[in-house]
Design a protein around this ligand. Structure first.
Ligand SMILES: [Zn+2]
Length: 162
């Protein structure tokens, strides 16, 4: 039997399972499968496979579906809440940095006038001011952004299971 007939038969078998075939193709396929030693067992195996797959169909427990839906909804709300929390952290950090530099400018003005009254060297005053006022204030302003990393909270998962 020509190879093209086997290929055509298998193509029609697959097509018949998925979307159906014309009556003319069905007659040709049935005639071929009935007399072909290769395509007959293949058609039988395909039919048994499809029946077995139908056996895997199962009813979904409505309570389980509801639990899954609730968990997905809660997770989405947590993510939305975490997103707004992160946004407020950035805004708070920006305000803290602004206040740090504004306060530092005022403090520097007062310290510079004191240093000039006491005849302290200007360079050393700048270094001391940077080391003991500006740098700690700036690091404290950035602290909320790195709070999770510093506290070891790498994941925002709460370990919930369904
Ligand atoms: Zn064949």
């Amino acid at each position: 039997m020509p190879l093209e007939n086997h290929e055509k038969a298998r193509f029609l078998l697959h097509q018949a399972l998925v979307e159906g075939i014309s009556p003319e193709d069905r007659r040709w396929l049935d005639a071929h499968v009935g007399q072909c030693a290769e395509c007959g067992p293949y058609a039988d195996l395909s039919a048994r496979t499809v029946r077995a797959l139908d056996g895997f169909a199962f009813e979904l427990d409505p309570a389980a579906a509801l639990r899954v839906e609730n968990v997905v909804r809660m997770r989405a709300e947590e993510m939305k809440s975490a997103e707004s929390h992160a946004k407020s952290l950035w805004i708070g950090t920006g305000v803290a940095i602004l206040l740090t530099f504004t306060g530092s400018a005022v403090a520097w003005h007062a310290l510079a006038s004191l240093a000039s009254q006491w005849n302290l060297p200007n360079r050393e005053c700048q270094i001391l001011f940077t080391a003991f006022w500006l740098l700690p204030s700036f690091l404290l302003a950035l602290l909320p952004l790195f709070r999770r990393r510093l506290l070891g909270e790498h994941s925002d998962s709460k370990g919930q299971t369904i």
